[in-house]
Design a protein around this ligand. Structure first.
Ligand SMILES: Nc1ncnc2c1ncn2[C@@H]1O[C@H](COP(=O)(O)OP(=O)(O)O)[C@@H](O)[C@H]1O
Length: 190
């Protein structure tokens, strides 16, 4: 069983690459952003709560996110492995994930970061906002806030995983297939 964390700033291409990786390596793809958006669309209590944070580009509180993620993992008891996309995003989430997996005699196999320059990413997000309908993609201030959240809360996780010898990174600039090929090279060695 392999459990992978896909890292990257907003717009780095995590969702796009996860679609390829989940097929090729037979992984269950869990995107916390997608799960929150699904709940918002269906107007659930979780969706209503998450929306107040997401619309501003803030992170949803840890307790809410961790609990949601754990219940999604538990919905897939026969999974051959998970591809976590957009989770963990804080140190508390990373620690909770380690503990949770440990309670199931599992662990994180590796984390892979998609690296890209902020200016390229902001342009990508504004472009995506024209068609995605996502309020957090349509306003440069909200986008910049997501980068601030990332730099303050998520970037320190790289050191957390480096210390465990589980950190890899690939250049996220190039065609979708080029980036996919770089990721496959890492995944094939796990
Ligand atoms: N692990 C998480 N912890 C807290 N909030 C999260 C988490 N994952 C997603 N969110 C919320 O969902 C929003 C969108 O996430 P996501 O779809 O992964 O987009 P992106 O990485 O492009 O910003 C985030 O800005 C945040 O508000």
């Amino acid at each position: 069983m392999i459990n992978i964390v896909l890292f990257g700033k907003p717009g780095a291409g995590k969702g796009t690459q996860a679609e390829f990786l989940k097929e090729k390596y037979n992984l269950t793809h869990l995107s916390t952003g997608d799960i929150f958006r699904f709940n918002i669309k269906n107007d659930t209590d979780l969706g209503k709560l998450a929306k107040t944070y997401m619309d501003k580009g803030d992170l949803v509180p840890d307790e809410v996110t961790i609990q949601m993620l754990q219940s999604e993992v538990d919905k897939n008891p026969h999974s051959a492995g998970f591809l976590f996309d957009g989770f963990p995003r804080t140190l508390a989430q990373a620690e909770a994930l380690d503990k949770f997996l440990e309670s199931k005699d599992q662990n994180i196999t590796a984390t892979v970061a998609l690296e890209a320059d902020d200016n390229i990413l902001v342009a990508r997000l504004l472009e995506r906002g024209k068609t995605s309908g996502r309020p957090d993609d349509q306003d440069e201030e909200k986008i910049r806030n997501r980068y601030d959240e990332y730099n303050q809360k998520t970037a320190p996780l790289m050191d957390y995983y480096k210390a465990q010898g589980k950190f890899h990174s690939v250049n996220g600039i190039g065609t979708i297939l080029e980036v996919n090929e770089r990721l496959n090279q890492i995944f094939d060695k796990l």
